[in-house]
Design a protein. Sequence first.
Length: 466
Amino acid sequence: MKEVSRERLLKQQDFIQKIKIENDRIDTPLKAFVETYGCAQNENDSERIRGMLIDMGYVLCESIDSADLVIYNTCAVRENAEVKVFGKLGALKNKKAAKPSLIIGVCGCMMQQEHIAENVRKKYRHVDMVFGTHALYKFPEILDKARRGTRVFSTENSDGEIAEGIRISRDNSKGAKISVMYGCNNFCSYCIVPYVRGRERSRSAENILAEVRDVSKNGYKEITLLGQNVNSYGKDLGDAGITFAQLLREVCKVDGIERIRFLTSHPKDISDELIEVMATEPKICKQLHLPVQSGSDEVLDKMNRKYTRGAYLDIVRRVRERMPDIVLTTDIIVGFPTETNEDVDKTISLLEEVEFDMVYSFIYSKRQGTPAATMPDCLTEEDKHRNFDRLTRVQNEISRRKNEAMVGKSERVLVEGVSRTNDQFLSGRTEGGKIVNFPGPEEMVGKIIDIKITECKTWSLTGEII
Ligand code: 5AD
Ligand code: SF4
C-alpha cells in the first residue's frame, strides 16, 4: 500500500489555509453546493470534499440557486447517471453567464474516463474544474487554480495511492461511512469500476480503527465499512494485513459503536470466517448485501463473476444456517448482452428460491471499454424491459410478504431523522436495514430505540415506540 506522502498532503493544507484567509476577508461567506451520484463510496468522497470546503471557509448550501461553487460528484456505473449529469451541466451554462464568478466543478468516476473528460473540455466550456477519483485529495490546489481563472483538468491515474487524514464532513443523522479499501480487481465484464477506481488497495487497520474511534467519540452509534469488495480487504497488504473478518472483530471492540454494517461483498470471497464473525458478534447487523447479478450459469460465466448459481445458493444456505433471520439483499442485472428469456427465467427462479428481502435490479447499460460492450445483443430493448418488469413483479411480491411477516414484531431502530413525507413522523432503520416510520419527537434522532411494527408497505414499515 502506498500512502500519499505527508509533504504532498501538507501542500494541500497550505492551499486550504490560503483559500480560508481569502474567504475570511469577504463579508458574506461563499456558499458551496455538492451533489452526489452513485454509491456510498461516492457519498463518502463527497463528505471529504465538504470537509475540505468547510476548512476553506465555505458554507454548505442545499441548492444551486444561491451557490458560488457547484460540484457534481459523478457515477459511471450506468449511462442514465451520466446523462443526468450532462443535463445538469448544460443547465448551468445560463447560470454562469448571469453570474460569471460562479465556479463549476465535476469530479468522480465519470471524469476518470478519458472520452468523458474530453467531452466536457470541448462542449462544456463553462465548467472550471474536472477531476477524477484519484485527484480528490488535490481538490484544494485545483480549486485555488480555478479561483484564479485557470481551467483545470486533473484526470491522471495515480493508481494505488491512499490519501489519509482528509477531514470528513459527515451527514450526522445517519451512521458514519468509513472506507476500508478502494478500487476493484474483479473485472466483471459489464463493469466500469475497475477502470475508474483502479486496483484494490486497503487502508491500514490502524488508520481504520483510529477513524472508528474518532466517529464513536463524536457520538455515532452506527458505522458502515465500505469497499467495492470488502471481503478481499487486506489481501494487498501481505504480512502486514489482517482479513476483513479480523478487522470486523477489532472494530467490534470499539466502545460506543453499537451497530456495524458493511458493503459490498462479492460471493466468490465470502469466507466461513466472515459468516462466523457475523453470527457471533452482536454488534454486526444481521444483514448481508450479496450481489448475485444473474441466476443463470451461462450468464454468470460471461459476466466473469467466478461463481455458479449452485455455489451462490450454497453460501445462502450456510449463512442462513448460522443466522436464520438474516436480512438478505442483492443486485440483479437484466438485459446483459448474451442473456436470453430463459436465462431471465432462471434468475426469477433464483429470486423465488432465495426470497431476498430486497433486490436492486438494473437494466444492463453498455460501458465503453468493458468486455461486455462488444458482445452482441441477444434480445431487443423491448424484450429486456419486459423481462425487467416481470422480474420486478415477482420480487415486489416477495419483498411485501417478507415485510408483512414483520408486523407485530419489535425491532431495534436507529432513528435517522424526521420522515421526508410527514414531519410528525421520524424515520429510522432496523438492524436489517429496513426503513421504519413512526410518530415521535425530534430529540430521538441518533438514538437506538425499540419499535413495534404495526403496518407494512412494499418498501417501508410503519411502527410505534414501545
Ligand atoms: N449496467 C447495469 N448495471 C450495472 N451494475 C454494474 N455495472 C452495470 C452496468 N454496466 C450494477 C451491478 C452492481 C451494481 C452496483 O450496479 O448490479 O452490483
Ligand atoms: Fe464492478 Fe464486479 Fe468490481 Fe463489483 S466486483 S465493482 S461489479 S467489477
